[in-house]
Design a protein around this ligand. Structure first.
Ligand SMILES: C[S@@+](CC[C@H](N)C(=O)[O-])C[C@H]1O[C@@H](n2cnc3c(N)ncnc32)[C@H](O)[C@@H]1O
Length: 364
């Protein structure tokens, strides 16, 4: 097929895109720019990378390769699937550095595939199932409509806004909470280390999900206590529920549009504001401002997009927020505008080793 014959660059996920500035702009036929042809067609086929990853996650292929490499025939027998189809699935994923085929035709785990195992610390298996879920696929399919109107596609596809839909579907809710916890896991310790938390006081993890970040903060700072605040269903399996943190935290269900627990010295908002449009963010920030202890600080932790053309996970997440939730990634200037409307002011921006930044605000 033309795509593979004309492909002249590696399509490994870490690869940089071709330098578009050097692509001839006057190419009028496909023969003039084979690399551009291959590039565009590969981009158009990108949904299959995601679908293949989902199939691998659903079939738990990484778990079945954990003990060592296997041929497609051997693996297909073990999990009762079609050998040829499995081979083709593995072949595509191996071309993306998820699995690797050796000279004898056996497939191995790669570092990325290790994270698809369900039984390893830091497994991203639940995150992959969330990110590739039909809720996001159908929202993304409505992207043209979203670009026309500025409105998310999710409510049209599912009948309700995203979080209201989760209230009607306990399975989707549990999958969301597990997926978010897995997605957030690799970031949490680094965020807890990147910010100079005070030695004592109360940290409120506002819409904290299963509380992975609050857990890391409390473990690092034995003088702090915590409140995990979220919608009631999100609080069912908190990651703080371990003997090492007994007596240092409590869970509180609620609605951040109404209020958040009062008296917090530090309020965490991680992967929260990016879910919402500006008006809703201002409502959430006003609740935070009202509850803040004197001298308290609000920490907004979200991807902050760098300028320029380079790939950044936040750019894809931004479109996921746009199509599913009506939210967006914001930079410090956007956030400062929202802070001002909630009687807060931006004090500093701290980078973290992952793709999020910590944007600190205090009472204005
Ligand atoms: C994207 S998740 C982020 C969870 C967590 N902070 C993290 O970083 O993994 C957004 C969270 O907002 C919560 N949420 C949505 N609407 C809410 C509301 N009205 N009041 C309180 N929490 C809400 C959801 O239940 C969910 O746990």
């Amino acid at each position: 097929m033309a795509v593979s014959r004309t492909r002249t660059r590696t399509l490994h996920p870490d690869a940089r895109r071709p330098d578009l500035d050097s692509t001839p702009t006057d190419a009028t036929t496909t023969g003039d720019a084979p690399e551009a042809v291959a590039h565009l067609l590969e981009e158009a086929l990108g949904h299959l990378h995601s679908a293949a990853l989902r199939a691998a996650a659903e079939l738990r292929l990484a778990d079945h390769l954990a003990a060592g490499p296997r041929t497609p025939a051997d693996l297909a027998r073990a999990i009762d699937v079609d050998t040829s189809a499995l081979h083709r699935l593995l072949r595509l994923l191996a071309s993306r550095a998820v699995f690797r085929e050796d000279g004898a035709g056996a497939f191995h785990l790669t570092p990325a595939a290790e994270l698809l195992r369900t039984d390893v610390p830091g497994s991203l298996h639940p995150a992959v199932l969330l990110i590739t879920d039909d809720m996001f696929l159908r929202s993304a399919a409505g992207m043209t409509g979203t670009v026309r109107t500025g409105e998310p596609a999710f409510p049209k596809a599912f009948g309700l806004p995203f979080f209201e839909h989760l209230e009607t579907d306990a399975g989707a809710r549990a999958m969301f909470d597990a997926g978010m916890a897995a997605f957030s896991g690799p970031q949490d310790a680094a965020i807890a280390a990147a910010y100079p938390f005070p030695a004592d006081g109360t940290v409120v993890d506002v819409a904290g999900g299963r509380g992975g970040l609050l857990r890391e903060v409390l473990l690092r700072h034995p003088g702090l206590t915590g409140i995990l605040f979220d919608q009631a269903p999100a609080l069912r399996e908190p990651l703080l529920d371990t003997p090492d943190l007994t007596g240092r935290w409590r869970a509180e269900p609620g609605d951040f549009f109404a209020s958040v627990p009062s008296g917090g010295d530090i309020l965490l908002l991680k992967h929260v504001l990016a879910d919402w449009n500006d008006e809703d963010c201002v409502r959430i920030l006003r609740s935070c401002r009202q509850s803040l202890a004197p001298g308290g600080r609000v920490l907004v932790i979200d991807p902050v997009l760098p300028p320029g053309n380079d790939p950044h996970p936040g750019k894809s997440l931004d479109l996921q927020m746009m199509t599913a939730l009506g939210g967006r990634s914001r930079g410090p200037v956007d956030l400062d505008t929202l802070f001002a409307r909630a009687d807060l002011r931006l004090t500093r921006v701290l980078p973290t080793p992952n793709f999020t930044s910590i944007v600190e605000a205090v009472a204005a």
